[in-house]
Structure formats: C-alpha cells, structure tokens
Design a protein around this ligand. Structure first.
Ligand code: HEM
Length: 377
C-alpha cells in the first residue's frame, strides 16, 4: 500500500486545487466525498468491448502516409513505454497520448502486431490502476512540456508514469522512480545498452542482449536504489518488456527479432519508427522470454534495508511457480485494485466490474474468477 501513498497525496492535491480534474486522471485512492465532487465534471462512458484479434495479421508498412511521425506539441503526453509513445507519435493512437483501452489495443495490434491476449492484459491492468474508469480514458504518460495546469515533468506521476503496480524499477532505458524521473529516456542507460548490443549482439538488440542487459539493470538497481522492488507484476513485466522490444521493434521483413542500433534509438528516444518500417510478420506475445530468464535465472525480491540488501520474496510468483498467471491475477485484484477502490458506487463500480472482466478474460478460463464488486454489470 505504501507505494500508492504518493499518488493519493497528488490526487487529493488535484481535487482540492481550483484546476478541473483531468478526464484521464485515475480516481483510485480518493474518498467518496472527493469522487462525488469530481463526478459532475466527468463524462461517464460505458466501456466498449475490446477489438478482436487481427484478421489480416501479416507484415505491412505501418510508417505509411497516413501515419507519419510528427514532433510533440505542447500538452502532448508521453511516458515510460516506447511502444505506446511511438504509436502516439505516428497517429496510430491520438497524438496527445490520451486514449481508451479499445484504441490502445487496436493500435498495438495494427501498428505493431502485438498479440491480442497480451495486448489486452497489459492494457486492462494499466487502465484499472492508472486510467479514469468513469470516462474510460488512460494517459500514456505526462505532458512533455512545461505548460498547462499539470505539475511540470518529471514530477507529474500521471497515467502510466505512476510508480507502483504497473511502472516499475530496473527498466532498460528509464531510471528508477527513486531518482525522481522514471519515464524520460535516459541517455546513460541507453549508451550502456549500445555497449551490450556491440558485445553480445554484433551491434543489434536481440534476446541474447536482452538477457544480459536485463540482469545488468537488476544488479545496478540492487547496488544503487535503496527502495528497489522487483516483486509482483513487475518481475514478469520486466522480463516480458525486453522481448516485446526485440520482437516488435524488429522490421517484419527481417522477421528475426533483431533491432539495429539506430532503429532502437528511434523507438526508445524519439518515439519514431524507421522510414519504411513494416510491423512484425505475425502476432507476437512473449516469445523469447525463456531465453532472457535462462541467461541469468533470478528470483523476485526487494532491497529490504537499503542498497545491496536484496532479499528473495518467497510469496512472489515466478514464471515457474505460476505458469497460468493465476497467482498474478489474484494478487493484482486483491492487492492493487481493491485497495484503490474499496467501496465504489454507481458508474465507477459498474465500470470497475467491466474492466475486471476484460482483464480476467486474458487468463483463458484457467484461473478462479474473483468478484470483489459483485457478479452482475
Ligand atoms: C498494449 C498496451 C501497452 C501498455 C499498457 C504498455 C505499458 C508499458 C509500461 C507501463 C511500461 C513501463 C514499465 C517499466 O519499465 O517500468 C512499458 C515498457 C515497455 N514497453 Fe509497453 N505497453 C504496451 C504495449 C507495448 C508495445 C506494443 C510495445 C512494443 C511495440 C511495448 C514495448 C515496451 C518496452 C520495450 C518497454 C520497456 C522500456 C524500458 O525498459 O526501457 N509496449 N510498457
């Protein structure tokens, strides 16, 4: 719960300021009185079903005439995910970086060939924690300029930038939240990634480089971040993101999950596809993650008492102990969602149930469904 406290302080500050509550800001952690005062200013929406998997799911030109890269405008939001940043900067997502879950899933599928089940799981988990469940809008990050009513970057923990259940430590190209900026591109870390690409990948980013760099970033966080936390969903996401980058930033005509250095810089730093970029040759999910883990098998845990005090958490699931994801599912619902929304009412309660159902559906019926807010919606 402690990890949500700074968010709650910020949310309360936003509520009590004269600024209108942003339509994409999460209501998690607010009191019923605060929510009641915000509700009249929000346009309540019943979430639509997620889009189906792609029918035509081969490679195609996606940096096309309809989706040119454009520079950021004042107010546009970007965050810790280079995939979503790129989709927004090419107009596959609204260029301002605020979108519905349906738009995020559709854009990830169309623009990159992200596989449907994982696109839905990433999106609904993120939306449940970081999105506004009444308006059905999620911000992929924070304003990239210093204008407007939101606190200036990097202090603004809006949207996906919120550190905790979704955004986490030991990212490849973003710093740990402990240092104050968990979402801007970090040149020092990227330079180190380039060195690893030269050493282990003949200048390319691939599974082997990902395996070595993932381990290196964990070791760095253990040695420098007294609050390093590598438990729960973060453990899984940290490994999966490394292969999503290899599989989806690789041009579909190569079809080898390898990414040249200049293309990697384009995605990670500038939210930009290479000229003539073709999406992956087929839908990709977590292919390659076993290679990354196999390079340096590691267990979830945290620094319990300052730097270099990494202690394994035996209660945190792993790829081996939780192959179907049921422990992750239960942990997410009980420890992340319910504490943020202990007693929701009305539209908020209905939309929580709808989004929780979409999230549960990504576990393929293998887990026992939880109904913290009742069954019907
Ligand atoms: C489907 C919806 C998606 C959501 C909600 C999402 C969300 C996120 C978030 C919150 C992070 C930050 C995690 C962290 O490092 O702390 C992240 C990282 C990342 N995402 Fe996404 N993502 C999505 C789709 C994609 C797609 C389609 C791609 C690739 C085309 C992608 C590639 C990556 C990579 C490579 C990272 C790691 C960045 C780094 O460690 O420097 N994601 N994503």
């Amino acid at each position: 719960m402690a990890r949500f406290s700074s968010f709650i302080v910020l949310a309360i500050a936003l509520v009590s300021s004269t600024t209108a509550f942003p339509a994409y800001q999460s209501l998690g952690g607010l009191s019923q009185r605060q929510i009641d005062s915000i509700m009249p200013g929000l346009k309540a929406v019943k979430p639509k079903d997620p889009p189906p998997p792609l029918k035509d799911n081969g490679t195609k030109l996606v940096n096309d005439a309809k989706h040119p890269w454009k520079p950021l405008r004042d107010g546009d939001k970007r965050g810790p995910c280079p995939g979503l940043n790129t989709l927004a900067s090419h107009g596959w997502l609204p260029r301002d970086g605020v979108a519905t879950p349906q738009q995020i899933i559709a854009a990830s599928q169309e623009g990159f060939n992200f596989e449907s089940q994982i696109a839905r799981r990433f999106t609904y988990s993120s939306h449940l924690i970081d999105g506004n469940l009444v308006t059905d809008l999620l911000s992929i990050g924070a304003k990239t300029d210093k204008t407007g009513p939101d606190p200036p970057a990097p202090a603004n923990p809006g949207g996906l930038n919120l550190h905790g259940a979704i955004e986490g430590d030991a990212s490849m190209t973003r710093g740990d939240a402990y240092w104050g900026d968990n979402w801007h591109f970090n040149e020092t870390q990227f330079s180190e990634l380039l060195e690893f690409m030269d050493k282990y990948g003949d200048g390319l980013y691939n599974y082997k480089v990902a395996g070595e760099f993932r381990y290196q970033r964990i070791q760095e966080s253990i040695a420098t971040n007294p609050e390093f936390n590598f438990t729960g969903g973060r453990f899984f996401a940290a490994y999966i993101e490394t292969v999503v980058g290899a599989n989806l930033f690789s041009d579909g005509r190569r079809n080898d999950s390898q990414v040249p250095a200049d293309a990697a810089r384009g995605f990670f730093q500038d939210s930009r596809m290479p000229d003539d970029f073709h999406r992956a040759a087929r839908p990709f999910s977590t292919e390659g993650v076993e290679v990354v883990i196999g390079a340096h098998p590691f267990s979830p845990g945290r620094n319990v008492n300052g730097i270099n005090t990494y202690t394994i958490d035996p209660n945190s699931p792993t790829f081996e102990s939780d192959p179907d994801g049921c422990a992750q599912y239960e942990m997410f619902v009980n420890e992340a969602v319910v504490p943020l929304y202990p007693n929701p009412t009305g539209v908020l309660r209905r939309n929580l149930k709808i989004n929780l159902q979409h999230y549960f559906d990504t576990f393929g019926g293998k887990c026992k469904q939880l109904f913290p807010y009742g069954r019907d919606h």
